[in-house]
Write a protein of this length. Structure first.
Length: 125
C-alpha cells in the first residue's frame, strides 16, 4: 500500500484506492497504524452494519462527511496511534483527570463509645 495511505496527515489530502470488495477495503482500513476517523458510503444495510461492527476507528461516519464532529455531542478520539485514551468532549472525558476513590463505613454503632471533646463542638455548628 502507498505510504500516503498509511500515514496520519492533517490537511486537505485525499487518497483513493479501488478495493475489489468490502473484505479488502476493511483489511486496508484496519491494517494501518492510525485509526482516528473512518467513513463509509453505501446503500446496503448489511454492508453498513458490517462496517459499523468491524471498522477500527475512533469515529466512524456512515453516508456523511467524515469531518465536523459536533462539539459537546460527538466525543472525539481515535484508536491505535491516533488514540488519546478517553474521548475528548464526551461525558467520560473528565473522568480521565480524576483519581477515583471509594470510602465505605459501617455506621451501625454497637456498644458504648464515649464522646470525644471535639464531637460536641462539631454538633453545635
Amino acid at each position: 500500500m502507498a505510504r500516503i495511505a498509511c500515514e496520519e496527515i492533517f490537511g486537505p489530502v485525499l487518497c483513493v484506492f479501488k478495493a475489489q470488495n468490502l473484505d479488502e477495503a476493511l483489511a486496508w482500513a484496519n491494517g494501518t497504524e492510525y485509526a482516528l476517523t473512518g467513513g463509509f458510503f453505501s446503500r446496503s444495510p448489511g454492508n453498513i452494519e458490517r462496517v459499523k461492527a468491524e471498522l477500527e476507528a475512533g469515529n466512524v461516519y456512515i453516508n456523511r462527511g467524515i469531518t465536523g464532529a459536533m462539539v459537546a455531542r460527538h466525543p472525539f478520539g481515535g484508536f491505535k496511534m491516533s488514540g488519546t485514551g478517553t474521548k475528548a468532549g464526551g461525558r467520560d472525558y473528565l473522568l480521565h483527570f480524576l483519581l477515583p476513590r471509594v470510602v465505605t463505613e459501617n455506621d451501625m454503632r454497637r456498644g458504648f463509645a464515649p464522646e470525644e471533646a471535639g464531637d460536641e463542638s462539631e454538633r453545635n455548628h
